[in-house]
Design a binder for this molecule. Structure first.
Ligand SMILES: C[S@@+](CC[C@H](N)C(=O)[O-])C[C@H]1O[C@@H](n2cnc3c(N)ncnc32)[C@H](O)[C@@H]1O
Length: 427
């Protein structure tokens, strides 16, 4: 399979281009499977009799929105289709660098926030945050990594005197959507609020478009911000380097790289005296507690990474992804900083999500405590399942397990109840 150099005019600059294509193709296949399952459940529910007219109406809206969602994905990601289900190729998928938390439609509420009919308020606030920091100054080359559905790079480019704005995201759906918006196209997208404000709000189909086509110089690309150096040289047609401005909105706490390493990476992408503006929450979820940085630590890391801090602050109670169809809404404290590169740092190596012993199948698999623990619990569960024969009660099975593992029968019975009720609840 040949990895694309671009999709619908959007450059594909992943380092391991072919593996990433397969990785995203797998995510599209997963999306297709999930949406087909949702539609068939709705079809089944719609044929049940008796059915209330209002329930039928709500289920019909949900069905129409799922179909619309699938159509828009297919329309944008045409070049990934057709594919067959054998594409869940474990080997190639493992080589991909995108964590599964970054699925195809993970951030798609951002699409309506950015381009839907109610788009203006939240996006406007971000430009107002930037205005005093950027002032009247001109910039040559701005970079917005993790650009999502693309409104921030669009507004930045339309509002400030910047010659070239490059936006990068690894999600093809979001980057291609953004690129269509910047060209002035109209696309439809959907809202499934968690707590709908009315029957009609259970699912909404909304038209999305930019206020006007973007002026020239705004470019969207597909790739990972964590593996740019290997992709980009000074004479490449799309050099991701020597920026005089980098903006990272809602990004630093979702990437699988520690903030200190990421700060060095941003330093290396900036030209001397280049500026970095970051804003967003600090919801770091790294398993290692040392890497769940507070704002104080972030500011220290900036100084250690060759930056001077020009300004920083907290913006409390900022509305986030509010939808007129939802009865609830989120408020965030935005932590923001504006830093200037004062010393150069070498770019860290491209981020590797997987350890060498997975990428190179000939290396020994280390005896990690986590694997040992999974093995032990799986054995016990396998044994419990093998004792289920359609006749034995929980007490009988628990007594057998208790005898074998030398545990009190009451404890075994409680554990078994918990285990079996979890299985029934999730099936
Ligand atoms: C929380 S969303 C924020 C999106 C956008 N900045 C905004 O403010 O609406 C994080 C974005 O980062 C993207 N992303 C995560 N890891 C990335 C990576 N390694 N390279 C490029 N984009 C990435 C995701 O696809 C997603 O669009």
């Amino acid at each position: 399979m040949n990895a694309p150099k671009e999709i619908n005019g959007v450059p594909w600059i992943f380092e391991d281009a072919e593996a990433e294509r397969v990785g995203w193709q797998n995510r599209i296949a997963a999306f297709e499977n999930e949406i087909a399952a949702k539609i068939s459940i709705l079809d089944l529910e719609l044929t049940r009799t008796p059915i209330r007219a209002s329930t039928k109406k709500r289920l019909g809206l949900l069905r129409a929105a799922h179909v619309r969602q699938r159509e828009t994905v297919r329309q944008l990601l045409k070049s990934f289709y057709p594919f067959d289900s054998k594409l869940y190729d474990v080997t190639l998928a493992l080589r991909g660098k995108i964590p599964s938390s970054q699925g195809l439609v993970n951030y798609t509420s951002n699409v309506l926030r950015d381009w839907g009919p109610h788009a203006n308020a939240e996006n406007h606030q971000m430009i107002e945050l930037l205005r005093p920091l950027l002032g009247e100054r001109s910039f040559k080359r701005a970079f917005v990594p993790g650009s999502g559905a693309g409104r921030l790079p669009y507004d930045l480019h339309q509002t400030f005197p910047i010659r070239e704005t490059m936006a990068l995201d690894h999600n093809p759906f979001l980057s291609l959507f953004a690129n269509e918006m910047a060209k002035g196209a109209t696309l439809e997208w959907v809202d499934f609020p968690l707590s709908p404000s009315s029957l009609e709000s259970a699912a909404a189909i909304e038209p999305c478009r930019a206020p006007e086509p973007a002026r020239s110089g705004l470019r969207f690309a597909l790739g990972s911000v964590l593996s740019i150096p290997a992709n980009s040289s000074r004479d490449s047609p799309l050099p991701f380097r020597d920026f005089d401005l980098i903006i990272t909105p809602w990004l630093i706490d979702v990437i699988p790289e520690s903030f200190d390493r990421f700060a060095t990476r941003m330093n290396a992408l900036l030209e001397s005296e280049g500026e970095w503006i970051n804003f967003g929450p600090l919801g770091f979820s790294d398993a290692n507690p040392s890497l769940r940085f507070s704002f104080d630590e972030i500011k220290e890391v900036l100084l250690e990474s060759g930056f001077e801090i020009l300004n920083s602050g907290e913006r409390k109670n900022t509305p986030y992804l509010s939808s007129p169809h939802s009865s609830g809404s989120r408020r965030e404290t935005l932590f923001w900083f504006h830093a200037k590169k004062v010393q150069s740092r070498a770019a860290p190596k491209a981020h590797e999500r997987l350890p060498d012993w997975i990428k190179d199948s000939s290396l020994s698999v280390p005896a990690l405590p986590k694997l040992k623990q999974i093995g032990e619990t799986s054995l016990v569960f396998a044994e419990v399942c093998s004792l289920v024969d359609g006749r034995k009660s929980i007490r009988t099975i628990a007594n057998e397990i208790a005898l074998k593992y030398g545990m009190p029968p009451e404890a075994a019975e409680l554990a078994l109840k918990k285990y079996l009720s979890d299985q029934v609840a999730t099936s």
